[in-house]
Design a protein around this ligand. Sequence first.
Ligand SMILES: NC(=O)c1ccc[n+]([C@@H]2O[C@H](COP(=O)([O-])OP(=O)(O)OC[C@H]3O[C@@H](n4cnc5c(N)ncnc54)[C@H](OP(=O)(O)O)[C@@H]3O)[C@@H](O)[C@H]2O)c1
Length: 212
Amino acid sequence: MKSRPFVFINAAMSADGKISTYDRRQVRISSYSDMKRVDELRAGSDAIMVGIGTVLADNPGLTVKSGEKNVIRIVVDSMARTPVEAEVISRRAGPTIIAVSESAPLERVEALREKTEVIIVGDDSVSLSYLLAELKNRGIERLMVEGGATLNWSLISEGLVDEIYVYIGDMLIGGKTAPTLVDGVGLKEPMKLELLSVEKTGDGVLVKWRVL
Ligand SMILES: NC(=O)c1ccc[n+]([C@@H]2O[C@H](COP(=O)([O-])OP(=O)(O)OC[C@H]3O[C@@H](n4cnc5c(N)ncnc54)[C@H](OP(=O)(O)O)[C@@H]3O)[C@@H](O)[C@H]2O)c1
């Protein structure tokens, strides 16, 4: 097995397990106190990772408000679809890495390279195991994954996640096509988790699990 950082997923979901709406519209699920916790988690990490679906849907800046540390921002984006003006690149904060595959159109890769670092890992889609090994080589020990549903699925199904933290908000979202915490094709057998803690925070509940 390749060496990799400690990887944890942090997400907010509704009581029915959805992380956004059927039309992939961002929903404020977290309470104010939970947003502070997320910021502190970012500050305590060496890097934050999201999938291109999240960049296109939410356009997050992934900045850290607390602390002085420059946390590296990473987008998993096989075809180099990240807009050059995306907040994750343009918002001043830590460095940004766009991880693309060999199949990404060269002109898109070059356009992104003018703005930020691009690394090529994988043939058709980004190879997450190689990407994590490369991040470890660069000294990244603690990686926070902030979704979305498809990236969570790939990391979990490839056995690349150590812990999962979920804020469960006091709402229902519904919709069979609305993204859930983990999408993808699904596991043949359920994956066992070890419950680490449960805490009431604001009007929601924060649950932490270790992946076994
Ligand atoms: N509530 C929360 O905590 C939270 C957090 C984050 C996001 N969200 C929501 O989640 C939704 C986005 O989720 P999503 O599932 O559409 O997108 P996503 O997981 O953010 O990104 C998935 C995309 O990443 C790319 N990718 C490249 N290599 C991959 C690999 N090896 N494995 C998996 N993906 C890879 C693929 O696109 P290419 O093939 O083009 O590369 C894939 O479609 C949005 O609605 C957003 O609001 C919610």
